[in-house]
Design a protein around this ligand. Sequence first.
Ligand code: HEM
Ligand code: HEM
Length: 178
Amino acid sequence: MYRYSQIMIAIHWLTAVLVVVAWFTAVGGRHARTDPSYVHFTVGLAVLLLVIPRLLARWLGAAPQIEDPQKQWLDLAARAGHTLLYVLLIALPLSGWYAASRLGVPVSFLGIGLPSLTESVQGAPGEIADLHETGGTLILWLVGLHALIALWHQFILKDRTLERMNPMAPPDLTQDRR
Ligand code: HEM
Ligand code: HEM
């Protein structure tokens, strides 16, 4: 298998859109207490929900092996970068949920009320909320880098990396790889 499975590809691009929407709808600087963005909560929680089938599919073999043994350092770097992205895709929604609870803002997902993760406080919501804000910006920088690396693979190294995430590419490109 050269390409990712259709389910992995669909979740990859859907998650990408949701993360960008989450970033644009974020309300920081404690304004979330008075003017919370429920779109931000909903798309952020959707990211968390999608990570579960994604990791399950990956574990069941829906991600292709990297097939260039001569470029082992690239393989390692890609694995480290992807792991960090996965960590953020889980930690960001959870820390955001926690931050909302600290601020005393109720969290719901598509009309379903969710429990508070901690006691609310009057003043600053604390370090986890700060980490959430920093992590929310960090993921955008990382994704920019991730996209640039994917384009570098595709157009400079010409190893067809982008086609691995293309839903229209043939499922097996191994035969005609250059
Ligand atoms: C918020 C946006 C994005 C996130 C969170 C994200 C996350 C990820 C993750 C976690 C993987 C690893 C998949 C796995 O092996 O399980 C991956 C793979 C990939 N992503 Fe993204 N991505 C984003 C945007 C993009 C963009 C904009 C591009 C292209 C310009 C892109 C191109 C790719 C490609 C080609 C792969 C496969 C890499 C390989 O085969 O080793 N991604 N992405
Ligand atoms: C991928 C998912 C998410 C991303 C990328 C993200 C990103 C961000 C960013 C960048 C900020 C800071 C905005 C600013 O300073 O102007 C922020 C704030 C916030 N987010 Fe998220 N977020 C995500 C998920 C969530 C979720 C799921 C929730 C709640 C259920 C949430 C709740 C909050 C709250 C309450 C704040 C304000 C924190 C404060 O004022 O200290 N976020 N988010």
